[in-house]
Design a binder for this molecule. Structure first.
Ligand code: IPM
Ligand code: MG
Length: 373
């Protein structure tokens, strides 16, 4: 019997409530399809800080390293805003990414036809949108040294007397491995990669461009490769997003560009992500799945959250960690059906209004759709 171990980290804000809906989906696969998961649950972010005084206990980190896949809800909230930087909820997430070495962050932005009118752009610009941002996730300015806030005593000209420092640093190896992920994924889609950096102002951008080109020329000459400055990329994303297939970019540009791409699809509440590392002994990649939306403290606990991004993150886990491709497709089709049937959470209410369903009703509808498809 295949074992499929899954560590669930609901986290903060709307994380726990959307995760309840994912549990319904997991239970359905078990009872209706006999596909069992060995599920454990633990704390991350503010919830972990409240219990342990840090946003990720060592023991939780060890569990994350041992399972086939981690599914995370969201971290952060106003209650933790004034904590010391080193114990902020986000540090828990960043520790998971770094120690599991999850260097390739896959952020698909797909526009469901039923939602094309919810985009801030015109329907004709976003209809059929299907792009994939591959964001480098374990290096760059998020982790580069030196970093910190220091006093700038020797500089009397500096009003306030302080300096804040972060370092953008990439090795060629770090660039090559994420470029390979992007080319591999492109081969299974539209076979096109656009690499984004700021080679016009940053040396690390020049290295990025050269190394991506090197991987292309030596290993993936069959994939179409183009390069773009990231600022132009941002503009092109809102001008004509359909020109892209796979975008590969660094940690910080990827953070920004993926939020912009997310909004093109109508709602941040729709978008899943997968963060993948190197294969483990069992051949499965180290993996963490999470919705792109954050903890949304303003609506937490009110049954207003859209569980679709987290449910689609589980679909990505089915596909990339468990090789359950038909099941992943089925789950995505169930989401599509529910949207086509007009079922909407509050974030998907258009100007014409209507009655939104609750978080838990949306989960129930998706499970019902699974059963009829
Ligand atoms: C994301 C988030 C995180 C990031 C935060 C919560 C640390 O914005 O996953 O995009 O900046 O990477
Ligand atoms: Mg972000």
């Amino acid at each position: 019997m295949t074992t499929r171990s899954l560590l669930i980290l609901p986290g903060d804000g709307i994380g726990p409530e959307v995760m309840v809906e994912v549990r319904k989906v997991i239970d359905w696969f078990q009872s209706a399809r006999g596909i069992a998961f060995d599920v454990s649950e633990d704390l991350v972010g503010g919830a972990a800080y409240d219990k342990h005084g840090k946003p990720l206990a060592d023991d939780t980190m060890a569990k994350a390293q041992a399972v086939d896949a981690v599914l995370l809800g969201a971290v952060g909230g106003p209650a933790y805003d004034n904590l010391d930087f080193s114990v902020k909820p986000e540090r828990g997430l960043l520790r998971l990414r770094k120690e599991m070495d999850l260097y390739a962050n896959l952020r698909p932005a797909q526009c469901f036809d039923a939602l094309a009118d919810f985009s801030s752009l015109k329907r004709e610009v976003v209809a059929g949108l299907d792009i994939l941002i591959v964001r480098e996730l374990t290096s760059g300015i998020y982790f580069g040294e030196p970093r910190g806030i220091h006093s700038d005593d020797n500089n009397p000209e500096n009003e306030g007397g302080r300096v804040g420092i972060n370092t953008q640093r990439y090795t060629s190896g770090e660039i090559r491995r994420v470029a390979r992920s992007a080319f591999e994924l492109a081969r299974k889609r539209g076979n096109r990669v656009c690499s984004m950096e700021k080679a016009n102002v940053m040396e690390s951008g020049i290295l990025w461009r050269e190394e991506v080109q090197w991987v292309h020329d030596n290993e993936y000459p069959d994939v179409e490769l183009s390069h773009m400055y990231a600022d132009n990329g941002a503009m092109q994303l809102v001008r004509r997003p359909n020109q892209f297939d796979v975008i590969v970019t660094d940690n910080l540009f990827g953070d920004v560009l993926s939020d912009a791409a997310a909004m093109l699809t109508g709602s941040l509440g729709m978008l899943p992500s997968a963060s993948l590392g190197a294969p483990m002994a069992n051949g499965r990649p180290k993996a963490l799945y999470e919705p792109v939306h954050g903890s949304a403290p303003d609506i937490a606990g009110q049954g207003k959250a859209n569980p679709i991004a987290c449910i689609l993150s589980f679909a990505m886990a089915l596909r990339y960690s468990f090789d359950l491709l038909a099941e992943a497709d089925l789950l995505e089709r169930a989401v599509e059906k529910v949207l086509a049937d007009g079922v909407r959470t509050a974030d998907l209410m258009g100007p014409e209004g209507g009655t939104p369903v609750s978080t838990s009703q949306m989960g129930d509808k998706i499970v019902q759709a699974l059963a009829v498809l």
